[in-house]
Design a protein around this ligand. Structure first.
Ligand code: UDX
Length: 452
């Protein structure tokens, strides 16, 4: 019989794909190290999570039927989650007192700062998990320290922040560059940094070698990433081959993998803008033109209705391209036929591409993505940034040019070499004795001791 776990962590993600993936992965890793982990999530996401090693329990955001999309505004959603979430999380902790091992820590998503109050109320450990890069977080940290403050007109660009390249306005997180458009999100994020030091741990989904300078700043952060299933971190025999959660189902039931199998190595462009960004018909037309003009094979994830695609595009594709509503991105990126990832630069997508070693064309949309795009191109040397026009549209010509740079031009060899280097570095960090692995072990060791 297995040893009874000595510590029990509730892991609390924000209920969106890009947040559930890294937090569920963290819960899985904690279980492999001997802790018990319970993922607490909303009723409408629960049915999409299938991970046998982690217990799953419901908590409420106040919108149990439909979730976020039913809330009248971001502000009211965040407030509703705060009140319904605090109450149901407390009830869950009380319920689990009677389980085989009482809860002694909450690891919560950085969007859910109220979870720290619940942890304090019960006298258990509280740890925040930052789902953005350390570099992006260090911009918010500088703002919290008062070294950068609004109005933006007073900032002298390019700004310089320790550990980051010089940043223009277009390199800043959209919550900072356009604070009036995203007030609720910016307030929620600044709330994290106001209370950062009250946490027992501040975890970040990154690794030491990738962001060493941003990590070694004045803030108390512990890198534990990349939170990518270990089979994609060069641990070939690992049985950990998927995150264990998917809020959408792949439309054409994995026939895209068969299709990929018919294509030569590094000949396919994979295009996806993650789970939250939406694509307009105008943008879809330009992407369609760019992909056609590139003369490359491609897989394009279009989550929206395919009505946004130009007329005749699907019927004219032949064998050169596939459009899907959702796919298993890890499997696609890891397929030898894929040679380029056209990405919105969501932090999980960037970490996945770095871990697997796929060069990128970056098409940032909002949130942390512009800064991630800057780092991908300028600091890590694994991609080319596609410039949008004044209407915020990426033209087909620009996309064609960038795909050419990543797949054919002289620069492509450097990008491939760097991508392979980062992939090895990610693997080292997560392997036994690696920097992130050691940090997680330290945490686990403390949770296994009685608190006092
Ligand atoms: C959001 C923000 O955009 C991101 O920047 C932030 O850091 C986390 O929250 P999202 O926009 O969804 O996330 O992007 P990303 O972080 O890349 O996460 C998307 C996840 O969905 C990835 O893990 C990716 O593997 C997965 N995915 C995406 C699929 O499995 N299939 C798809 O077809 C597309």
């Amino acid at each position: 019989m297995k040893n009874k776990p000595k510590g029990h962590v509730i892991v609390l993600p924000y209920p969106a794909q890009g947040h559930i993936n890294p937090l569920l992965q963290f819960a899985k890793v904690l279980v492999t190290k001997g802790l018990k982990a319970t993922l607490a999530t909303t009723p409408y996401t629960i049915n999409h999570i299938h991970e046998p090693t982690v217990a799953i329990e419901p908590i409420s955001d106040g919108y149990d039927e439909g979730g976020f999309t039913h809330a009248p505004s971001v502000e009211s959603y965040i407030e509703s989650f705060r009140s319904a979430g605090s109450k149901t999380l407390s009830e869950l902790i009380i319920k689990l007192r009677h389980s085989s091992c009482a809860v002694n820590c909450i690891v919560y998503d950085s969007m859910l700062t109220w979870a720290l109050d619940v942890a304090k109320q019960f006298g258990i450990y509280g740890a925040v998990f930052l789902t953005n890069s350390a570099s992006v977080c260090s911009i918010y940290w500088e703002m919290k320290l008062g070294n950068l403050f609004f109005p933006l007109e007073k900032w002298v660009f390019p700004i310089s922040i320790p550990g980051l390249p010089p940043l223009g306005v277009s390199d800043l997180p959209s919550f900072v560059a356009r604070p009036d458009d995203h007030k609720a999100y910016l307030d929620a994020i600044m709330g994290i940094f106001e209370t950062l030091k009250n946490n027992d741990w501040v975890f970040c989904n990154t690794f030491q070698e990738l962001e060493s300078e941003a990590l070694d700043g004045t803030w108390p952060v512990v890198p534990v990433g990349p939170m990518v299933p270990s089979a994609y971190l060069h641990q070939q025999n690992s049985e950990d081959t998927a995150y264990g959660a998917t809020l959408w189902n792949p439309t054409i039931n994995k026939s895209y993998m068969t299709w990929l199998g018919t294509k030569p190595p590094r000949s396919v462009v994979y295009v996806s803008f993650g789970s939250m960004a939406t694509t307009t018909a105008k943008q879809a037309e330009e992407i369609a033109n760019g992909l056609k003009a590139s003369k490359k094979n491609f897989i394009w994830v279009v989550k929206e209705s395919w009505e946004i695609l130009p007329k005749g595009f699907m019927s004219g594709l032949g064998d050169a391209g596939l459009v899907v509503t959702w796919c298993n991105q890890l499997e696609v990126l890891a397929h030898p036929a894929v040679g380029c990832f056209v990405t919105h630069c969501g932090w999980n997508s960037v970490l996945e591409a770095l871990s697997i070693g796929v060069p990128m064309v970056t098409v940032a949309q909002w949130s942390d993505q512009p800064t991630n795009a800057k780092l991908v191109e300028v600091v890590w040397g694994v991609g080319t940034r596609a410039e949008k026009d004044s209407d915020d549209v990426l033209s087909g010509k620009e996309l064609e040019k960038c795909i050419g740079e990543v797949m054919d031009a002289e620069k492509s060899e450097d990008l491939k070499r760097n991508a392979s280097k980062w992939s090895q570095s990610a693997s080292r960090a997560a392997s036994v004795g690696g920097t992130s692995d050691k940090n997680i072990n330290e945490f686990v060791k403390i949770l296994m001791l009685p608190k006092g």
